[in-house]
Structure formats: C-alpha cells, structure tokens
Design a protein around this ligand. Structure first.
Ligand code: HEM
Length: 474
C-alpha cells in the first residue's frame, strides 16, 4: 500500500506492475486484506455500472462525514437518481454555457494577479481561490467575499487537510473500513482538527447557503427580477411545465458543501498540471498560443472553444495523465464475477475471462493505469503528447467515461456532476492565460504528482506547489 499510495512521483510502482502483471492483478493490503487492481476497460465499465458493486465503505463514510447524509454523493439508488435529475438542470451543456461570463471574469482576475510576478511563482495559491470563486459565482450567484471571512478561512483549512497523506493515514483508512457506520457518524463530534473543520464546513454551508436561498425565495415572492444564470436561481425557479424534478429547499442547501469542495481543488490541480506540461513542452505551448490568438478574432469575448483542436487535445492529455482520483475503491455487495475484455492466465495456468469475487471483495479501479494503456491511447502512453488525440491513433473501444472516454470524471451513475462545468472553466482559463503569458520551468527540483486525498503537484518539502517562470507576451 505504501508503494501504491505514497510513491513519488505517483505511479512509480503501479505503472511497472501494469507492465509486468497486466490489467488485472491481486495484491495484499493492510492486515493481509485481499485487493484486486483493475485497469481492464471492460471490467472497469462493469464495476462502475453494476449494482453488485458499491463505493468502498471508507469512501462512503468519509463523504457522509464531510458533506452530510442529504448530499448527492452520499445518496444511493432512487434517492440518488432523484437528486441527480433535479440538480442536472444546472449542469447541462446549455446551462454550463451560461456560466461562461463568470469563468471569463475569474480568468481575467488570475491574469491581473500573475501580471505582478517577475520571478518563479507558485501558481497553486492563485488557482485555489480562483476555482472557488468560479463555483461561488456560478452556483450560488455571489462572489466568495460575500460568503464571509470565516467560511473562506475554513475552506483554506479544508484545502490544507486534503493535501496530506502518510503511512498513518493508510493505516487509519484500513482500520476505519472495519468500523460500524454509527462510529463514523459520531466521528464528526470528535475533538480533532479534521472533525472540527468538517463540522464548521457543514455548519457554514448550511448557514450561508440557507441565507442565500432565503434571499432568492424572498426576492421571487416580492416579484423582484431573479438572475437566472446561477445554479441556485435555476433550481429555485424551476420550469413550471416540469415540476417533477424540483428539489426541495433542504435538498438545495444540502449540496452546498459538496459542490464547493468537489469543484475547487480538482479543477485547480488540473489547471496546475496543464501549465506544468506546457512549461515542459515549449514548442507545443507556442502552437497552442497561436491557435488561441487566431481564434480570438475581433470579438475577444466570443471564443469557439469547441473548435480549437489543440486546446481540446491538450485538455484531454492533461486529464489523461493526471486523474484527480487515480484509484478509487469499490466493494462487491454480493458474490459475483467481473467480466474481462482480455482473458488472463491464473497462477494454476488456467485461461479465464471472468474473475469470480466474493461479497466484501475490495476492487481498486486503477484509473491512472487504465489511462496509460498503450492498447487504448497509442504508443508511449507515459508521455505527454496531445497529438495522440489528433492523429486518430487512440482506440476508443468500450464506452467507459463521459469525456474522451477518460475516467478522470469517473463513469456510471456516480459520474462527476460538474464535468461540463470543469471542462468549460478550464478551456476559458487556459485560453486567457496561455494567450497572455509564456510559462517555463524554473531551475531546481521539479514538483512531482503525489497522491494526497487527490493527485496534486508537490515539491521536495512535501508542500503543494507549482513554481513557474511567467512572462507577459500580450
Ligand atoms: C477537473 C475537475 C474535476 C474532476 C477531475 C472531478 C472528478 C470527480 C470524480 C472522480 C467524482 C467521483 C467521486 C466519487 O464518487 O468518489 C466526482 C463527483 C462529483 N463532482 Fe466532480 N470533478 C471535477 C470538477 C467538478 C466541478 C467543477 C463540480 C461542480 C461545480 C463537481 C461536482 C461533483 C459532484 C456534485 C460530484 C458527486 C456526484 C454524485 O455522486 O452523483 N466536480 N467528480
């Protein structure tokens, strides 16, 4: 587990095991626990969609602790479907296009901040508040500063807490997986820093979210014109011809902590990794900048992001190499079998195309390994090469994930609700930044991708950081 989770860079062992043992192999976890690593596309598709597999209890319990029982991430079955379909109104392609002016404002603010930097600058502390700002404005309809200083300070604490990982964490997770759900529920009241931060986050989210929701309801009652371009206004102003999907006010408030956290660091880290690769591939960076300038045209506000092949190939390649959650665990809920796309040879020399598993078997969805399969993504899958998306050499095969068949946004019913939001946000921010600045790697030891709660760039001191030399070009 130490090799799997703590290696620097992430995958130093896992990607070798993929070469040696193939797309499905067994390993021993803490306390001799039997675990299966699965990177076979067909098996992944099955695991993500079959009701016979659920999220591992440790992940479910942590999500309940942080986000509460009413959030979509903790819901299952018909309750999950109801919440998804109610919330989806704010995450369709059309709704997400409505958030573009917010993303543009956020991108311009980042440009203003980076303008002042002359030496090597760590971009992480710039991206985290920026992505929080995008969610705050697009989802709640208010700038972050209106959420209150305490709320923002607690959010910084959450970001810090999620940027740590250690042998003790691995052991604690293993012990935690044996604890009953009531123990987890009680954990929120423990006198630890983590529990205090989680308690505050939930209470701030309920207070601040409740206030904002009430303001919107009062405005509607008084006949005041409501803005219709933030998620909360959309949810509270449902289409009168289809009120079957209308969420209750409590439903809406229960999603705030989740959405603010789920969409912040994931997007901030993807932006950071993207710039890191551009700094390492200066020729590609120049080509991308030329594409951005030629698309900007007379009207700087009207970029046709979907028609920019280099921009989209770059985004896919960044998400392929740096999935935010590279190895989520699933558990078999009953005795069953995992079908494989390619048969394997067992230790007894038998060829099998289905792996029988017992109820309680832990299965790790080896997303980072899947995203490095040469059979799917073409030659040299460990290399950053956006052109693999343009030369027709990626083999899409089984439909597994929503965006370019990647699993960075997961797949199946629990797929990321905000994936279109994140894609457009990154398209807008990358265009603004790469159009105006050139990025280069400073001297010194480069940061490495490390697995904390999510995959993030870390310096040799174990701090989340991505220093870059930034030069204004426009
Ligand atoms: C690059 C950016 C992002 C990545 C890589 C990402 C990735 C993911 C992943 C892997 C999950 C599944 C987690 C699990 O089930 O354990 C997830 C769920 C979720 N994400 Fe994202 N996410 C991103 C951005 C966003 C944004 C911007 C939002 C909202 C504005 C968002 C909202 C959600 C929500 C609400 C869920 C829970 C969905 C459910 O359980 O039905 N995400 N995301």
């Amino acid at each position: 587990m130490r090799q799997l989770i703590l290696s620097s860079p992430y995958g130093a062992h896992e990607f070798k095991w993929l070469d040696v043992y193939g797309t499905v192999y067994a390993l021993k976890g803490c306390f001799g626990q039997d675990r299966l690593m699965v990177a076979d596309p067909h098996a992944l598709q099955h695991n993500l969609n079959s009701p016979k597999f659920g999220r591992a209890p440790i992940l479910d319990n942590t999500a309940s602790l942080l986000f509460g029982e009413g959030s979509v991430i903790t819901a299952s079955g018909s309750e999950h479907r109801r919440l998804r379909s109610a919330l989806n109104v704010g995450f369709t392609a059309a709704a997400v296009r409505g958030y573009e002016p917010v993303f543009k404002r956020v991108a311009e603010k980042i440009v203003d901040q980076l303008k002042g930097f002359f030496t090597a600058t760590d971009v992480c502390p710039v991206f985290s508040p920026a992505t929080l700002e995008a969610i705050s404005q697009a989802i709640l309809g208010h700038p972050t500063q209106e959420l209150g200083e305490d709320f923002v300070a607690n959010n910084i604490e959450i970001v810090k807490l999620t940027a740590s990982q250690s042998e003790t964490h691995i052991l604690a997770d293993a012990i935690g997986s044996y604890l009953a759900t009531w123990v987890w529920r009680a954990a929120i009241y423990m006198p630890t820093t983590g529990a205090a931060v989680a308690r505050k986050e939930r209470s701030f989210a309920t207070q601040v979210g409740g206030r904002i929701v009430q303001e919107k309801i009062d405005a509607a009652k008084q006949g005041l014109e409501m803005p219709d371009n933030d998620l909360f206004s959309l949810l509270l102003n449902p289409n009168p011809s289809d009120n079957t999907k209308t969420p209750s006010v409590e439903d809406v408030i229960a999603q705030i902590a989740l959405i603010l956290i789920a969409g912040q660091e994931t997007t901030a880290n993807a932006l950071a990794f993207g710039l890191l690769e551009l700094a390492r591939h200066r020729k590609f960076q120049d080509e991308l900048r030329a594409e951005i300038h030629s698309n900007r045209g007379a009207n700087a506000t009207n970029m046709a992001y979907e028609n920019m092949p280099l921009l989209n190939a770059f985004l896919k390649e960044t998400l392929r190499l740096y999935p935010a959650v590279p190895q989520p665990d699933r558990i078999a809920l009953e005795d069953t079998a995992i079908p494989l796309g390619e048969s394997i040879t067992t230790l007894k020399g038998e060829r099998i195309s289905r792996i029988p598993v017992r109820k309680g078997q832990l299965v790790t969805l080896a997303i980072a390994s899947y995203q490095r399969l040469a059979s799917r993504w073409g030659v040299n899958p460990d290399e950053f090469n956006p052109f693999r998306w343009l030369d027709g050499k990626t083999n899409q095969g089984d439909a597994v994930g929503p965006y370019a068949n990647l699993l960075s946004f997961l797949g199946g019913p629990k797929i990321c609700l905000g994936w279109r939001f994140a894609v457009l946000e990154m398209q807008v921010i990358f265009c603004e930044l790469v159009g105006k600045f050139a990025f280069a790697e400073p001297d010194g030891e480069p940061p490495q991708p490390r697995l904390m709660t999510a995959l993030l760039p870390m310096n040799s001191k174990g701090e989340r950081a991505l220093p870059l030399c930034i030069t204004r070009v426009l």
